[in-house]
Design a protein around this ligand. Structure first.
Ligand SMILES: [Fe+2]
Ligand SMILES: [Fe+2]
Length: 357
């Protein structure tokens, strides 16, 4: 997959190139089963997909990702923990946007001539993600570091996901991306004094790209009855919701300083993003989580506290083997909490759909 990819058009200009700190929460790069993807029967969602294709071709944001003069200044006044937390935020977002670009680009290439509609759709989505990643990388350059995206493309490990998992997880990451961007944008509209860098002004139209991508994946998901009509699909739906939400809670609390700089309470922000994404997912998934259950956020927050304790262990100068050993009980406790959340009585989204109709 890697060798055949076109060189990204994203710049790697600055001297200090960022090396990713890998952990379980770092966004992954994915590859999938392209044969199965080419053979997907999309006929039941053809009208929706054609409408989405027309929208994607219109390219509403083609003039949006242009840096205006507000970026032309020094950002050296942002220092210390706030600077570090913001650069971490930019890095994670950039890797995640770039991961989408690579997967979509490769899907588009492999489906060419076999599934023309999907091939074009993925190419247009790759266009959007390249813009997003490029814009974030330029923001990183303002803070003295960039990601070497060409190097990443060649040297990062690609995780294989069957196409069904890709559909569930990309749908969720697009929708959670939408909510993350729009909640920050709306908050800063009300509190412009916290807009410490112009990037956030771009989030409103930006998140519409993510919303459209999410809708395309919703149509893909609904075109495959086994992804929403079977008992197994209900288990998978909740499993992916939980993994995406747990990752979100842990990363938001690891970078709480960034949210404080924006004037946001990280716990409240996390809660709102998860609630909204879960509610949105009920339009595509057969079963979603009950975020109103008193144990839901309580246990997620326990996981986050345990994760922060593990980070403290990592920062000590103890030998690696001792750190690994000391972290085991924390990891087991996190798994225990997640299992208990998974087993909470879920919400039957298909039944909800029936009543709305
Ligand atoms: Fe994006
Ligand atoms: Fe996207």
């Amino acid at each position: 997959m890697v060798n055949s990819l076109p060189q990204p058009t994203l710049e790697t200009t600055e001297a200090r190139t960022k090396v990713i700190k890998e952990n379980i929460l770092t966004p992954r790069f994915y590859t999938t089963d392209f044969e199965t993807a080419a053979e997907l029967d999309l006929s039941s969602q053809d009208t929706e997909l054609q409408a989405m294709l027309t929208e994607m071709r219109a390219d509403y944001n083609r003039h949006h990702f242009v840096r205006d003069e507000s970026f032309n200044q020094s950002w050296d006044h942002i220092t210390g923990e706030a600077r570090q937390a913001f650069v971490d935020y930019l890095e994670r977002s950039c890797v995640s946007e770039f991961s989408g670009f690579l997967l979509f680009k490769e899907l588009s290439r492999k489906l060419k001539g076999r599934s023309p509609l999907l091939s074009e759709m993925f190419s247009l989505m790759a266009r959007d993600e390249a813009r997003h990643a490029g814009f974030l990388n330029k923001a990183m350059a303002d803070f003295g570091c960039t990601m070497d995206l060409g190097y990443l493309t060649k040297n990062r490990v690609y995780t294989f996901f069957p196409i069904e998992w890709v559909i569930y997880t990309v749908y969720l990451s697009e929708k959670i991306g939408y909510w993350r961007y729009i909640i920050i944008y709306r908050h800063l509209e009300k509190h412009p004094e916290n807009q410490f860098y112009p990037l956030f002004r771009y989030f409103e139209s930006w998140c519409q790209d993510e919303n459209r991508h999410g809708d395309i994946f919703k149509a893909l998901l609904r075109s495959q009855s086994k992804l929403w009509q079977t008992r197994r699909s209900r288990w998978w739906s909740r499993f992916f919701l939980l993994t995406v939400f747990a990752t979100h809670t842990l990363t938001v609390h690891e970078r709480s300083e960034f949210y404080h700089t924006l004037g946001l309470d990280p716990t409240e922000f996390d809660r709102e993003v998860i609630r909204q994404t879960n509610e949105t997912a009920a339009r595509a998934f057969p079963s979603v989580l009950n975020t109103d259950h008193p144990q839901f956020f309580q246990r997620l927050h326990h996981c986050s506290d345990l994760n922060l304790k593990m980070a403290e262990i990592d920062r000590t100068s103890q030998p690696k083997w001792l750190k690994v050993l000391r972290k085991v009980p924390f990891q087991l406790a996190i798994v225990g909490h997640l299992l208990r959340i998974y087993l909470l009585k879920p919400i039957d989204a298909e039944a909800l759909r029936e009543t709305i109709r």
